[in-house]
Design a protein around this ligand. Structure first.
Ligand SMILES: Cc1cc2nc3c(=O)[nH]c(=O)nc-3n(C[C@H](O)[C@H](O)[C@H](O)COP(=O)(O)OP(=O)(O)OC[C@H]3O[C@@H](n4cnc5c(N)ncnc54)[C@H](O)[C@@H]3O)c2cc1C
Length: 517
């Protein structure tokens, strides 16, 4: 009993290890620990692992965001009454060992990592570090963790995102009526969502969050490692939950209405166009998927937003995001090593400086290197498409993507690059390879206007490399592609190429590829 006469509960101290990309306000280990101990007996461990910072190059914006958000999160927990042990350590193992030695808790809680190596660490290494009871709670950053529509997936079967997504919509009651029927009578409005961007459509700017003291300190701490990068950048991302919520609100107010029709459009006028630019926040727990989905559903229900935009956006978060996470959990570690097309050409050096005469690639790579962001179609139909057609080694492509994006985390990068972008998993994730000639790029962007290559010409001097690479890919892989009904139309167009043209295509593609360095 304390002097005020109130009974003070004596509880055993508990430690919670929270990973840097799990900065959830409602982190499940916090509530779990509070069921067993008083708040003052709960200590949160956050570790800046030197190994993770060093083991591969990363985009500066990704590291600054991560470390600044971790420090703001520590401050938030501290203000909420938790004791926080924020440490810099060479590895997670050392950080945890030092923490346990210093604080001697009765048990250690954590939430399952999203990435394969983090999960392996929790399962295999953690129990060897300590004899204390350790408990790893299910990951609540993803909705499939709370509902699995394919309880016992067949490892060799292909699952289709569309059906997976519909199940999740019914389960979480998103854009469905009381009978589980889709809003507006259709599940999918993609047909309305493939418009190029007209010149007179104005694009609103992204909100900016000027770096505060914490972000400035983190930037100074990290800046020596950014020196070798050729391109500079300005950091202006949200680093707290409150700022990320403002970024969400800004998207709903200013861009969501036009998200649907222009979601596949590309332009040199803007990298984000009407996309949300929310992946950096969703991927580290500053926003949660249901928070974002409910906000968009509400905007639709209050009649502010057309259904094709609301559904198109929710499909990305509830459909693609969850599907990719689920596929990653299902297929790792094999997924990472996929190389279905036996593609072994090295990644060209221009991916590291943007110095190429192909205007689309130059624009898109330059954006990635400076801002750490491209929207989905630029990642898929410019970068992934080029790498597939040019036969670039998938693991080299994966390394480049991991090193150059602000939202890069293995659970999302591996299935998107190996599966969706390159079809190097043989088609478990995507139902067909996402490849195209210059025709698609010309139709959906303004990049071809200022390009020295001719997007009409299939071969000959000045022909756009996307053209002869595309036809060469179809010719080279036609036996494999024949087994895919979704490729039938593309393959049937090969009949327009006579033998002479086929030889020209092959020769020009071979010459182009042999000169890539
Ligand atoms: C080759 C390739 C690499 C990619 N690498 C990443 C990556 O490292 N990190 C990442 O978060 N996304 C990645 N994506 C998926 C997608 O391109 C990005 O999530 C999206 O461009 C982020 O921008 P946004 O927030 O403006 O997205 P919006 O277009 O506004 O979409 C809204 C949200 O939906 C989710 N989403 C949409 N598509 C996907 C998808 N295919 N997989 C997972 N989530 C999706 C994201 O959380 C995104 O924030 C990759 C896609 C490809 C083709």
């Amino acid at each position: 009993m304390d002097v005020s006469g109130e009974v003070t509960l004596m509880t055993q101290p508990i430690s919670i290890w929270i990973l840097g990309n799990q900065l959830l306000i409602d982190h499940p280990a916090l509530s779990h620990a509070e069921e067993q101990a008083a708040r003052q007996d709960i200590r949160v461990l956050l570790i800046e692992s030197q190994y993770l910072l060093d083991h591969r190059p990363a985009h500066p914006a990704r590291l600054i965001l991560l470390l600044s958000a971790m420090q703001h999160y520590a401050d938030h927990l501290h203000k909420a009454g938790f004791e926080v042990d924020y440490r810099k350590a060479p590895t997670f193992r050392k950080g945890i060992q030092d923490h346990l030695e210093m604080y001697n808790p009765s048990r250690l809680l954590s939430m399952a990592a999203s990435g394969h190596s983090g999960k392996q660490f929790q399962k295999n290494t953690l129990p060897g570090i300590t004899s204390l009871p350790t408990e790893v709670l299910p990951n609540t950053q993803f909705l499939v963790g709370q509902f699995n529509p394919y309880p016992q997936p067949d490892p060799d079967k292909q699952y289709i995102m569309e059906y997976f997504y519909r199940e999740l919509r019914k389960y979480f009651q998103i854009l469905v009526d009381g009978q589980g029927k889709p809003a507006g009578g259709k599940w999918n409005y993609d047909q309305q969502n493939r418009k190029p961007l007209p010149e007179d459509v104005q694009i609103p700017p992204l909100p900016t969050f000027p770096p505060d003291k914490v972000t400035q300190q983190v930037t100074a701490q990290l800046s020596p490692r950014f020196k070798p990068r050729k391109m500079g950048f300005d950091f202006n991302l949200a680093v707290t939950h409150e700022q990320a919520a403002r970024a969400l609100e800004d998207f709903i107010q200013n861009r969501l209405g036009n998200f649907g029709p222009y979601e596949d459009a590309m332009t040199s006028r803007s990298s984000v166009i009407f996309h949300s630019h929310l992946s950096p926040y969703l991927n580290i727990g500053l926003l949660t998927p249901l928070q974002v989905i409910h906000a968009v559903q509400q905007a639709y229900q209050s009649s502010k937003i057309p259904l094709n935009s609301a559904e198109g956006f929710i499909r990305q978060v509830l459909g693609w995001r969850e599907f990719m996470y689920w596929q990653y959990q299902r297929d790792m570690p094999e997924l990472k090593n996929g190389n279905y097309w036996h593609a072994d050409n090295p990644l060209p050096a221009f991916f590291w400086d943007g110095e190429t005469k192909l205007n689309c690639l130059q624009e898109v790579i330059h954006r990635a290197l400076t801002t750490g962001y491209n929207h989905h179609i630029e990642r898929l139909m410019i970068l992934g498409n080029f790498c597939t057609l040019a036969g670039i080694n998938p693991q080299q492509v994966l390394d480049w993507f991991m090193s150059n994006y602000v939202d890069a985390y293995p659970w999302v990068m591996v299935p998107n690059v190996i599966g969706m972008g390159l079809h190097a998993d043989g088609g478990k994730i995507g139902t067909k390879p996402y490849i195209s000639s210059a025709n698609y790029i010309q139709k959906m962007s303004d990049y071809c206007q200022d390009c020295k290559f001719d997007h009409h010409a299939r071969t000959g001097s000045g022909a756009c490399p996307f053209n002869y690479l595309y036809w060469n890919f179809l010719l080279h892989h036609q036996e494999r592609l024949k087994s895919n009904p979704r490729m039938a139309l593309s393959l049937s167009n090969l009949r327009h190429l006579d033998q002479e043209e086929r030889e020209k295509v092959k020769e020009q593609a071979d010459t182009f590829i042999s000169r890539l360095e």
